[in-house]
Design a protein around this ligand. Structure first.
Ligand code: S3P
Length: 441
């Protein structure tokens, strides 16, 4: 267990600078996992070295892949080949990471080995039935704690069956778990998603040579994967994480006189809901130097402070900004008018109950916020909210960073109970923000 690290965020000086943020978390997990299933050596540049991804690196090592850190953010993975993973000789501890646990459950489900997944207190509270249910159909046996919670024991079959599954919730993790299980099943695995979710697994599978077909159906997609491909090692360059860039960008939009550029930000359209919504709110956001690298779109994003108006976010945009709602809600607190952020039920099963946590974070700092069904309503203050609140982060990195951003522009400081979990996704966050002008004590 980590020692809680409290921190207070004081009003910042105008934020100024050009920065980079660490590599994309979703892509980093997938890069390590697929490289471990590929034949040959994959060099990964720009890997996020946050706690969550380091757990995945350790797990792939425990499963027989050679995973080496060459230099900061540059890693080399020598894969074991599909079906070639070895039985780990101990429990795999995925720390705080739902993505690591669920995607790995998919890989393990179609390998004829026994494994046990566990995690920290936050991860052990999160629902795993959403992957256990579909993955059981490939012939794997799962034993979990009550309510489908970790620790989870998995025993994979000798010959896994391909899966056909329609996602009951919009979840890239569930989609990816099914596709990854399909890698070691003979035949075609098919996943139907009623609303499109991040497609990094599909993109990266193709990058390694797998045959993946995506058909578009209204707001959704049908993805098919030809099983038992030979994945061939292929170097990967990982863009900066838009979900991490969100914090300095929103801070720059809120602190008067600020202008900040974040370079090389991933701009996959299934990840950029926050930027579109903030533009609709009147935010001064510009993208320059757009380019495609390693199959993903990226660009430099510049944010300049200015007034914001309230927003009503459409339900179907939620998956493309699912991790950004806490920081969007913070922005809505400064806006003129009442915002409604729709279809946030999935936030209840993140690293904490983020829907309740976001409403509480705002309320503690003098912002009226209510939860109505799955929607969050934020009554904007047409300027800086009072602040002076104590925020409880419940082992949730994004609540911690959102609270620190809030405090950088409130009238009085915002106190955060524990910022230690920020390292799961954004190592160096505090120093980086302080370098731009934030004042944390
Ligand atoms: C992720 C998918 C999202 C997101 C998480 C990362 C991924 O979760 O919240 O931080 O890498 O696939 P869900 O798929 O559960 O919505």
């Amino acid at each position: 267990m980590t020692t809680p690290r409290p921190l207070t965020s004081h009003h910042a000086a105008p934020l100024r600078g050009t920065i980079t943020v660490p590599g994309d978390k979703s892509i980093s997990h997938r890069a390590l996992m697929l490289a471990a299933l590929a034949i040959g050596q994959t060099r990964i540049i720009g890997l996020l070295e946050g706690e969550d991804v380091l757990r995945t690196a350790a797990a792939m090592r425990a499963l027989g892949a050679q995973v080496t850190r060459l230099s900061p953010d540059e890693w080399l993975v020598s894969g074991a080949g599909i079906g070639g993973l070895a039985e780990p000789d101990d429990v795999l501890d995925m720390g705080n990471s739902g993505t690591a646990a669920r995607l790995l459950a998919g890989i393990l489900a179609s390998h004829p080995i026994f494994s046990v997944l566990t995690g920290d207190a936050s991860l052990r509270r999160r629902p795993m039935s959403r992957v256990i249910d579909p993955l059981s159909e490939c012939g794997a046996h799962f034993v979990a704690r009550a309510g489908g919670r970790l620790p989870l024991a998995i025993s994979g079959p000798v010959h896994a069956l391909p899966l056909a599954y329609r996602l009951p919730v919009a979840s890239a993790q569930v989609k990816s778990a099914v596709l990854l299980a399909g890698l070691n099943a003979r035949g075609i695995t098919r996943v139907e998603e009623p609303v499109a979710t991040r497609d990094h697994t599909e993109n990266m599978l193709r990058h390694f040579g797998a045959e993946v077909i995506v058909e578009f159906e209204g707001a959704g997609r049908v993805i098919t994967l030809q099983g038992q491909p030979e994945l061939i090692a292929a170097d990967i360059k990982i863009p900066a994480d838009p979900s991490s860039a969100a914090f300095p960008i929103v801070a720059a939009l809120l602190v008067e006189g600020s202008q900040v550029t974040v370079q090389g930000v991933g701009l996959n359209p299934l990840r950029t809901g926050l930027f579109s919504m903030m533009k609709e709110m009147g935010a001064n956001l510009t993208v320059t130097n757009e380019r495609i690298e390693g199959g993903e779109k990226l660009g430099d994003v510049t944010a300049e402070a200015g007034p914001l108006t309230a927003i009503d976010t459409p339900p179907e945009i939620a998956p493309s900004m699912i991790d950004e709602f806490p920081v969007l809600a913070v922005a809505c607190a400064f806006a003129t008018g009442t915002s409604r952020l729709r279809h946030l039920g999935e936030l209840r099963v993140k690293e904490s109950d983020r829907l309740a946590g976001t409403a509480a974070l705002l309320a503690a700092n003098g912002v009226h916020a209510e939860i109505e069904g799955d929607d969050l309503i934020v009554h904007g203050r047409s300027g800086p909210p009072p602040g002076d609140g104590q925020v409880t982060t419940c082992m949730d990195h994004r609540l911690a960073m959102s609270a620190l951003v809030l405090g950088s522009a409130t009238l009085a400081p915002v106190h955060v109970d524990d910022v230690s979990f920020i390292d799961t996704s954004f190592p160096g966050f505090i120093e980086l923000m302080a370098g731009l002008g934030c004042s944390f004590a």
